[in-house]
Write a protein that binds this ligand. Structure first.
Ligand code: ADP
Length: 183
């Protein structure tokens, strides 16, 4: 099974691990619309990053309101090894008839647009929506990979997108989807 896909001089890589310890210019948080933290990645990132992250999130919500599914915003990384955290909200899985794929694709795309806007080179994503939000991994993986591939073909600054998968099953699901994308 492949663990990378080259698109010209850019690359998508898959790795198993914890997004909090990854080397990148920014990591992406699978947030909730409230931006107040929660379970899964959304609990782990603010816990490891300290108060700055939640303070910047709170300021954003005070000024702009909640972050809708499919959108993204940026904070500093606080105590994390990365300079920035991009917060995005994936869709909750409602059975597949509520435009979940479009919203999931938008969550990746808007996150990448934010990264490109700030001219970041390396961005690391977890598997958005496939934890508490219940999106089936087998269906989420091709949406994530296809969206990233299309974006990278046109990106100005982003050159390397890492997908950081927490458990073996999720890793294998993405590796399998990458094989199908390559063919
Ligand atoms: P969502 O609410 O978008 O479903 P979750 O945080 O519940 O987000 O889960 C998204 C995915 O991230 C799941 O596959 C989960 O196993 C994984 N995950 C949880 N903690 C981490 C972590 N520290 N690093 C990388 N992935 C993680």
């Amino acid at each position: 099974m492949a663990n990378e896909l080259r698109i010209g001089d850019k690359v998508i890589t898959l790795e198993r691990g914890d997004i909090r310890t990854v080397e990148a210019d920014a990591i992406v948080n699978a947030a909730n619309s409230s931006l107040m933290g929660g379970g899964g990645v959304d609990g782990a990132i603010p816990r490891a990053g300290g108060d700055t992250i939640l303070e910047e999130c709170k300021k954003y919500v005070d000024e702009h309101g909640r972050l809708d599914p499919g959108r993204a915003m940026l904070t500093h990384g606080g105590d994390l090894p990365v300079e920035f955290v991009i917060h995005t909200v994936g869709p909750k899985w409602l059975g597949g008839m509520a435009d979940e794929a479009q919203t999931l694709s938008s969550a990746y795309l808007e996150s990448l647009r934010v990264a490109d806007h700030f001219c970041l080179e390396t961005v690391a994503f977890p598997s958005i929506s496939t934890g508490a939000f219940g999106y089936p991994k087998e269906q989420a993986a091709p949406v994530a990979l296809e969206t990233i591939r299309k974006f990278l073909a046109e990106a100005e600054c982003v050159r390397h997108v890492k997908l950081v998968l927490y458990d073996m099953r999720t890793y294998e699901t993405y590796a399998n989807a990458l094989d199908h994308l390559v063919m």
